[in-house]
Each structure stands twice: as C-alpha cells, then as structure tokens.
Design a protein around this ligand. Sequence first.
Ligand code: 13P
Length: 255
Amino acid sequence: MSRTPLISGNWKMHLNHLEAIQLCQKLSYELARHRYDQVEVSLHPPFVDLRSCQTVIDADRLEFKLGAQDCHSKDSGAFTGEVSPTMLAKLQVSYVIVGHSERRALFGETDEVVAAKAAAVAKHGMTPIVCVGETLDDREAGRAAEVVTTQLRGSLAKLTRAQFETLVVAYEPVWAIGTGRNASPEDAQDMCAKVRTVVNDIRSGAGEQVRIQYGGSVKPVNAAELLRQPDIDGALVGGASLDAVQFARIVQAAA
Ligand code: 13P
C-alpha cells in the first residue's frame, strides 16, 4: 500500500495573525517553485491565527491543509479558555494534533484525556494526529517501546474501526524535541515499525494504512534520510516550520 506522506508544521506558541498570514504566503511562494503534489502539507498555527490562515488558503487556493494544535473533547460548555472541535471543523480544519508531549508534560494530559480528544476530533470529520514518545530516562532505562505502546493503547482506545482508516500517529521522542538532536534514522524507523505493529494489534488491519510521522529536530539536513525509512510516512516539524525556506526544503525531501 502506498501512503501519502504528510508533512505538518507545528508552529506552537509562535506568530501573531499577521505574521501567520505572511508565513502562509512565503511558504506558498517557496513551494510553488517545486513539485510536491505527492505530499500533503498541514499547517498548525495558534488558535487565534486560524481564521486568518483559512482566509488566505481559501482566497489564494493554496494547497495546504489547515491544522490545529489541540482542542477540547466536548462540543461546547462551561470550559473557560478552551476551543471545541466543532469550532475547528467550521474553520475547515483538517488535522488536529492531540497529546503532544508538551501538553502531556506541561498541562497534565493523560492517555485518557488524549483518547477523548482524538475521538472528538474524528467524530467531527477531522483527522487526529496522535502524539506519542518516550523521555530520555525511558530510553536509557530500555523502556522506550513499552512507554510508547502504553501511550498508543490508551490514546487510541476510543476510536472506531472507521476512524482508524485515516488516523495519523506522530512518534516524537521527547529528548529530540527542540534540542537539535534527532533520533537516528534507524532508531526512528525501529520505533515507527513498532507503532505500526501496535496499531495493528489494537485494530487488526489498521497497521498498513496508518500514517506515522517522525518528529523531533527535523531539519532540511536530516529530513531525506528520515523520510526514506519504510515506516516513516511524514514529519511533524516544530522549529524548522517557522522558516518558509527550511520547511519547503523538508516538504521537498518528502516529494
Ligand atoms: P522541533 O522540530 O522544534 O524539535 O519540534 C518538534 C515538535 O514538537 C513538533 O510537534
């Protein structure tokens, strides 16, 4: 089966709505000079930038998919400060990152919370990008595969069989995020192969179609080697996605 590579830019808490519009435009300019029709690209700006980015993408007919970085699991309610999946769906958001390690570590999100969010995203016709990954302590103690397996079993627990068909999992080792130290292509491949096996154990038949991204210090210099691995179907890019030239080179590496 051929899986379309998905390169996603997670802008985290960077760029106001004016800067976000500029980055969308610069990126479309950079990518227009290359062919990348075999690659899907999603951009994940902060919530307050979504409407502006959506307008630009629509008006200029840009090839990017709009993404969000998180959402609440409920459709509406008294949850001050939160954003619901129905609001995102209305903005034509296609992909929503859930369970990013920063949300897990800094905002106390458990696998149960992540599972509810993933199911809510899928219920509203969007695709969850479910993040998993071990810490350095886990890896050094030889627990990396066990930790990732537990996260997957917990975080994917509420998805239906049909929802597994479009699922994206991002393997992001915590020690590689924002450190400039990426996992070696071999280690990333080993874990992504493991992720595929576990997904298949959870839902028989789903392993072949699930798209698995690698994330953690993906840069133009290491992207091609990582993306060449048979079980790596894309990248979730943080820092390098804020630079149009660098991000376009990573998209190119996938094409
Ligand atoms: P960096 O690419 O900056 O390491 O961030 C990775 C990440 O967390 C993407 O979600």
